[in-house]
Design a protein around this ligand. Structure first.
Ligand SMILES: Cc1cc2nc3c(=O)[nH]c(=O)nc-3n(C[C@H](O)[C@H](O)[C@H](O)COP(=O)(O)OP(=O)(O)OC[C@H]3O[C@@H](n4cnc5c(N)ncnc54)[C@H](O)[C@@H]3O)c2cc1C
Length: 302
C-alpha cells in the first residue's frame, strides 16, 4: 500500500496537516516519537480556545481528530527517508508514500548551569509570550549565555511583565549601548558569574553567584540554543539556508520535490498555534501537488 502522505512528527504542525489531509480524503499516516518540545510545561498558553490545557490534552485531542476523519497515527521513530519516498522506521518497517511532511520540531540546548535542566518548563523558562503572564510581577532573573542576542533582548522584553528584572550577564560582554538600554529600562545588571539556580522544595528561590551571594528570584529565563531536528531532511539532500536551517518556500516545500517541512523544524520562533497553521498550509500545498500529479497522469492516458 502506498500512502498519499506520511507525516513525520505528531506535534501541532504534523497533526494539523494530517487532519486537513484526512478530511481531503487523502491516505495519510502520522508517525510520532511522542516527545513534543513543550512536554515538561504544565499548561499551554496562546492557543486560541485551548489556554490552560496540558500539552498532553492538546495532542490527544489532535490525534483523535486525525483518527476521526480516517487518518492513521503510529507511535514510532523514523530513521531515514529514501528517494521516492520510502520512510524507514526504527523497528524496520517501511512506509511507501507519494509525499512526505517532516514536522519533527527542534531541541532546546540549555545553558549548563546546575538547576536549569531540573526546572525546565516550570521555574526555568525561555518564552515570555508562553508563560510571562503566569509569572507577572514576580522577581525574575534573565541569565545570559551562548545565545547572546536572544538573552539581551529577553532582559529588555521581560520587563514588560515585571518591574523586578535582573540580567545576570554570566559571561556576556555588554557594550556600553546595551548596558545603557537595560539601565534605562530599569533592568538590574549583575556581572558576577552564575553558579547555580537555587531550588527549595521544588521551587526556584534564587540565583547563587560564583562568590556565594544568593540573589532571591522566583523565576529564571534562559536563552537555549535552538537545534532543528532536521537530519531526515538534510540526509535526503534538502538545501540549507546560510544560517544552517533548511530552506523552504512559504508553503514549507523544501528543495526536494514532494517533501515539505513545517513547524519548529524549519522555523524556530513558531509557537504552537503558528506551527499548527504551518502544518495546515503545507497540507493544502501537498494536496494541490498530488492533484497535479494525478491530473497529469490522467491526461497522458486519456
Ligand atoms: C517549555 C516550553 C513551553 C512552551 N510553551 C508554549 C506555550 O505555552 N504556547 C506556545 O504557543 N508555545 C509553547 N512552546 C513552544 C512549542 O513547544 C512549539 O511551538 C511547538 O511544540 C512546535 O510544534 P511542532 O509540531 O513543530 O514540534 P513538536 O511539538 O516538538 O512536535 C514534534 C514531534 O515530532 C516527533 N519526532 C521528532 N523526530 C521524530 C522522528 N525522527 N520520528 C518520529 N517522530 C519524531 C517528536 O517526538 C514530537 O512529538 C513551549 C516550548 C517549550 C520548550
Amino acid at each position: 500500500m502506498t500512502y498519499d502522505t506520511v507525516v513525520i512528527g505528531g506535534g501541532p504542525a504534523g497533526l494539523s496537516a494530517a487532519t486537513l489531509l484526512a478530511r481531503a480524503r487523502r491516505r495519510v499516516i502520522v508517525v510520532d516519537a511522542e516527545e513534543p518540545r513543550n512536554a515538561l510545561a504544565d499548561h499551554v498558553h496562546n492557543f486560541l480556545s485551548r489556554d490552560g490545557s496540558t500539552p498532553h490534552e492538546l495532542l490527544r485531542a489532535g490525534r483523535q481528530e486525525v483518527l476521526r476523519f480516517g487518518g492513521e497515527v503510529l507511535q514510532g521513530n523514523v530513521t531515514r527517508i529514501d528517494d521516492g519516498f520510502a520512510v524507514r522506521l526504527g523497528d524496520g518497517a517501511v512506509l511507501d508514500s507519494r509525499s512526505v511532511l517532516v514536522a519533527t520540531g527542534l531541541r532546546d540546548d540549555l545553558p549548563d548551569i546546575p538547576g536549569v535542566q531540573e526546572q525546565w518548563g516550570s521555574g526555568v523558562l525561555h518564552c515570555p509570550y508562553c508563560h510571562g503572564y503566569e509569572v507577572r510581577d514576580q522577581p525574575i532573573a534573565v541569565v545570559g549565555g551562548s545565545n547572546r542576542p536572544f538573552t539581551i533582548h529577553q532582559a529588555s522584553l521581560i520587563r514588560q511583565w515585571s518591574k523586578d528584572v535582573v540580567f545576570f550577564t554570566n559571561g556576556v560582554e555588554l557594550t556600553e549601548d546595551e548596558r545603557l538600554r537595560l539601565d534605562a529600562r530599569s533592568v538590574g545588571i549583575v556581572d558576577t558569574p552564575v553558579a547555580r539556580v537555587v531550588v527549595s522544595d521544588g521551587t526556584v528561590t534564587g540565583i547563587e553567584l560564583a562568590d556565594g551571594t544568593v540573589v532571591p528570584r522566583a523565576v529564571v529565563f534562559v536563552g537555549p540554543t535552538f537545534v532543528p531536528n532536521d537530519s531526515l531532511l538534510t540526509r535526503i539532500g534538502c538545501t540549507r539556508l546560510e544560517n544552517g536551517w533548511v530552506a523552504t518556500d512559504p508553503t514549507g516545500l523544501t528543495s526536494v520535490e514532494g517533501l515539505w517541512a513545517a513547524g519548529n523544524v524549519s522555523d524556530s520562533p513558531a509557537q504552537l498555534i503558528s506551527s499548527a497553521a504551518a502544518g495546515s498550509k503545507a497540507a493544502i500545498a501537498i494536496n494541490h501537488y498530488l492533484l497535479e500529479v494525478d491530473v497529469t497522469r490522467a491526461v497522458s492516458t486519456f
